[in-house]
Structure formats: structure tokens, C-alpha cells
Design a protein around this ligand. Structure first.
Ligand code: ATP
Length: 328
């Protein structure tokens, strides 16, 4: 892989940057030219269906596998020329967890402290602090194999933090977790970011990317199909609308007659009005309702969500793609 210092002139500094990353296994091209730029201190989510190559990207950036082409820098180090520099700056958790189930949570942590050459005293201090922070004090003397999925993930992240990494790769951090554990994990990730850590997240959960990420890239067919903030991605797909529901048939009919370009549902007494869901459009609709004295019983806004974007970009026609309604 060629190395280049050209990225150094870019501002602000990127925690992770990649240009033209390529990877094939046999005759299967997994990554077909991936470009990334992740500003320090931000959360980046790589979204993609099963087998899209998300883990492969994480493995290349964390120096666990070598790319066939392109270049990547992590924390200012080239992944090929300076893998040790990369490894010293990053933490990786996820599908290839470092947790040893045979020893206790505390022993796992102390082992990690040893690997990072912390003194015994410092190792014990950091371990106690992280066990407390991740709510694992009670379980700390039990073998990690007895931990729930959520506890194992928390221990995994706690172990990663022993080395005080500035960049963390979280490969599907909440896959298989129940909703409460998933929300706990989201809170943990937000706290990491507020400490200035850069987070590179892979996920199949669109809501997770929506909740956490500053920028999201959708990986499909070995390429980045789209990249942007959640809002930018949602604007890529049409389908936003406001729905007005009435209980009074007269009010319904008046509104239906007055409003043009609406989709009528005479049975449900509801009208669907194309809208981008912006404050401006909602205000003008509400002002119009007020001025005409028409009273709707319910107003719901549907803005395209990341599910819509994901399916539009990845062509996942076999999955459930029902519009979601958000009552505002
Ligand atoms: N060591 C390997 N040898 C051969 N093929 C591999 C290897 N590692 C990954 N692949 C293939 O590369 C493709 C991408 O795999 P990868 O694990 O990166 O996808 P992913 O997006 O992380 O998927 P998932 O969401 O299912 O974890 C898959 O088709 C996988 O079978």
C-alpha cells in the first residue's frame, strides 16, 4: 500500500482517513475503493447489510488485516508503515471480543493493565475506576463467562479503555442486546465522546446510527453508497408527509376540498400532505388551518427515516419497509 503525507495538510485533523481502500478474498471483491475522513472527537457510523464489508474496514483500520490497495491513516499513523503507532492509539471492541470467560472481570481488567505496562498500583487504580464506571463492581469477582451479553460488552469496553485510547472502533456494539442494555451502551458511547474520544461504529441498526453518529456512511457492494449526517441522508429519499386526521366529517371534507395535492382516505377521514416536515412548512399548514377555522384531531409528521434511506441505497427489498409515523 503506498504511503503519503498528503493528508497532513488537510484541516481540521482527521482521526481516521482512508483513500481508495480495496480488499478481495479470492475472487470476491469486498471493498472496491473506500474513502473516509473522520474528524477527531466525532462519532462516525458505518452502516451496511450483512456481509457488506464493515468488519473488514474495521480490521484494516485497526491493522488486523492488510488492504490490497489504497491507503489509510489512523491517529496520524499510516496503517501499513506504522501499525504499532496505530495500535497504541486505538481500542477495538466488538465481534472479536478480548474478554476471557474463564477468569473474573477484575482479572480481565488487570491482565489488560499488565499488557499496557501499567504498574501494579496504577493497574489496580484504573481497574477499580473502570469497574465502577461501568457498573461491574458487584460482578467483578465472578468469571466473565457468567456475565450477561450487556455486562460482557461493558467489560469489553472497560478493558479497551485501560489503554486510554483516543480512537475507539466499536464493531456492532449492541448486536444481540436487549433494549435497556442497548440504551446503556449508547449512554456509554456518548460519555466516551464527551471525553473527546473519536468513535468509529459499525452497525446494522439504523436507529443506532441516527442516535449516535455525527456522520454516517452506507456501505453497499464494496462502495460507500452515501455519506453525510442523518438529516442529509434522509433528504436523499422522497416520501415525507404530514397526515391530518379528523373525527368531524364536515371538517374533513372542507380541508380536503381546500387543500390541493393531498392523498385522501375518506374512510379514515385522514389527509396526507406532501411535506419535508420542516418547521416552516408545518407552521404554514397550521396557520392555514387556524385561518380557515378547520380543526384536525391529530397531526402526525412522517419524515423519511434512515430505514427508508438504507433500503433505497442498498436495495433491501426483502425487508420490512413500512413508513414510520412520528407524532409531534
Ligand atoms: N478471512 C476471510 N476469508 C474469506 N472471506 C472473508 C473473510 N473475511 C470476510 N470475508 C467475506 O467478506 C465479506 C465481508 O465480510 P465482513 O465481515 O467485513 O462483513 P460485515 O459487513 O461486517 O458483515 P456482518 O454485518 O455480517 O458482520 C463477506 O462476504 C465475508 O464472507
Amino acid at each position: 500500500m503506498p504511503t503519503s503525507r498528503q493528508d497532513d495538510v488537510r484541516t481540521p485533523p482527521a482521526a481516521v482517513s482512508a483513500l481508495g481502500l480495496r480488499k478481495s478474498y479470492g475472487d470476491k471483491t469486498v471493498l472496491d475503493g473506500i474513502d473516509l475522513r473522520i474528524p477527531a472527537g466525532s462519532v462516525f457510523a458505518l452502516l451496511g447489510p450483512n456481509g457488506a464489508g464493515k468488519t473488514t474496514v474495521v480490521k484494516i483500520l485497526s491493522t488486523l488485516v492488510t488492504a490490497d490497495g489504497g491507503q489509510a491513516q489512523v491517529a496520524g499513523h499510516d496503517v501499513t508503515a506504522s501499525p504499532h503507532g496505530v495500535r497504541a492509539a486505538i481500542g477495538v471492541t466488538g465481534q472479536f471480543s478480548a474478554v476471557d470467560g474463564l477468569i473474573t472481570g477484575e482479572e480481565n481488567m488487570l491482565l489488560m493493565a499488565d499488557l499496557h505496562h501499567l504498574s501494579k498500583r496504577e493497574g489496580r487504580r484504573v481497574t477499580a475506576e473502570l469497574l465502577e464506571r461501568f457498573d461491574l463492581v458487584e460482578a467483578s469477582k465472578k468469571p466473565a463467562s457468567t456475565y450477561s451479553g450487556g455486562m460482557k460488552r461493558r467489560l469489553d469496553i472497560a478493558m479497551t479503555l485501560v489503554g486510554d485510547p483516543r480512537i475507539i472502533f466499536l464493531d456492532e456494539p449492541t448486536t444481540g442486546l436487549d433494549p435497556r442494555s442497548r440504551h446503556n451502551m449508547w449512554q456509554i458511547i456518548r460519555e466516551l465522546v464527551s471525553d473527546g474520544v473519536t468513535v468509529f461504529l459499525t452497525t446494522q441498526y439504523l436507529e443506532e446510527a441516527d442516535q449516535l453518529a455525527d456522520r454516517i456512511a452506507v456501505l453497499n457492494d464494496g462502495k460507500i453508497a452515501a455519506e453525510g449526517t442523518a438529516e442529509e441522508l434522509k433528504r436523499l429519499v422522497p416520501g415525507g408527509h404530514v397526515r391530518l386526521r379528523f373525527s368531524d366529517p364536515t371538517a374533513y371534507r372542507s380541508a380536503a376540498l381546500a387543500l390541493r395535492e393531498v392523498h385522501r382516505d375518506d374512510e379514515a377521514l385522514s389527509l396526507q400532505i406532501p411535506s419535508d416536515g420542516s418547521q416552516r412548512e408545518l407552521r404554514s399548514l397550521l396557520d392555514w388551518l387556524d385561518s380557515t377555522g378547520i380543526e384536525a384531531d391529530e397531526l402526525t409528521v412522517h419524515t423519511p427515516d434512515l430505514d427508508d434511506v438504507f433500503f433505497a441505497l442498498t436495495g433491501g427489498g426483502d425487508m420490512n419497509n413500512q413508513p414510520k409515523e412520528a407524532v409531534r
